[in-house]
Write a protein that binds this ligand. Structure first.
Ligand SMILES: [Zn+2]
Length: 85
């Protein structure tokens, strides 16, 4: 599995879920999702989180950094977020 690619994509996944990415980048992420179960799990969880934000907040949803970090930690993806040197 291409974990380096995961790392570069993870930073864009919340934008992807919120529909803020260019078509080109969306297509790249979708291609990657087809072959990467890790990122599919992340997308799934992000979608649910974003949905809850939409459902409960009047303001446009922004994923705060600490929420992102908790999410990635829970998913055991912290190594992607903070790769060790
Ligand atoms: Zn991936």
């Amino acid at each position: 599995m291409d974990h380096e690619h995961c790392h570069s994509l993870l930073n864009s996944l919340s934008d992807y879920v919120e529909g803020d990415l260019s078509e080109e980048l969306c297509a790249e992420i979708e291609r990657h999702l087809q072959s990467c179960e890790n990122c599919r799990v992340v997308i799934d969880t992000l979608r649910k989180t974003v949905y809850l934000y939409h459902a409960t907040a009047a303001d446009p949803p922004v994923m705060p950094q600490d929420v992102k970090e908790r999410l990635y930690t829970r998913l055991d993806l912290n190594e992607f977020l903070n790769p060790s040197p």
